[in-house]
Design a binder for this molecule. Sequence first.
Ligand code: PGA
Length: 246
Amino acid sequence: MTRPRLVMGNWKMNGSLQSNQQLLEQLVAGTSKQALSCELVVCAPHPYLAQVQHVLQNTPISWGAQNMSSYEAGAYTGEVSASMLLDFGCKWVLLGHSERRSLYAETDDAVLAKTEAALAAGLIPVICVGETEKEYLDGQTEAVVLRQLQAILKLSPKLLNSVVIAYEPVWAIGTGKSATPQQAQEVHAYIRELLRQCNAEAVRILYGGSVNADNAHALFTMPDIDGALVGGASLKAVDFLSIAAA
Ligand code: PGA
């Protein structure tokens, strides 16, 4: 099964109209010079989606959001729905990022509800999973990933094949301490096997956690790593473009 490579940038709560404009224009210029060998995506904060849409429409780069509500509309102050993301041309939405799970108490059930809402609306959910440092040291990685994915794996194979999974060990996020290619591959192979048992071999599994221009290539040589979810290094056009080139 060939799975198209995918490199996604997660800007988190960074940027301004001015700095985004520069970054986006550099990305567009960079991708018009080199043919992309992967799908390239940026996930921006909600207020900037209109700007991202304006600059990236009719380019090879697509875009998405970093979170959404599981509800369609109504009295949910501060929330953003799937249809709102579609209004601004989003194709993708990150769900269950570890920062949302740890800082905003997002549960596996909430991630499932959001996944179902995204799929129903026609967005591609990118479901983030990964263990904390303590869980890693306790040898709990597979158990944690299984718990986080259990409900998702019960989706019909047709729906399940439309999601993307990002494995991001929490201890590797924003720390400069990436998992080694072998460490990441082991977990990716485990997730791949879970997906295979559910007839979902089309699902792409991204690695995330301190991916940069120097370590991307080695990670991408691993058989079950289909791309990357990139935080810090996605804020610099040269770095993000060299990860895409890798
Ligand atoms: P990082 O973040 O690349 O800065 O480690 C990754 C992420 O949180 O998605």
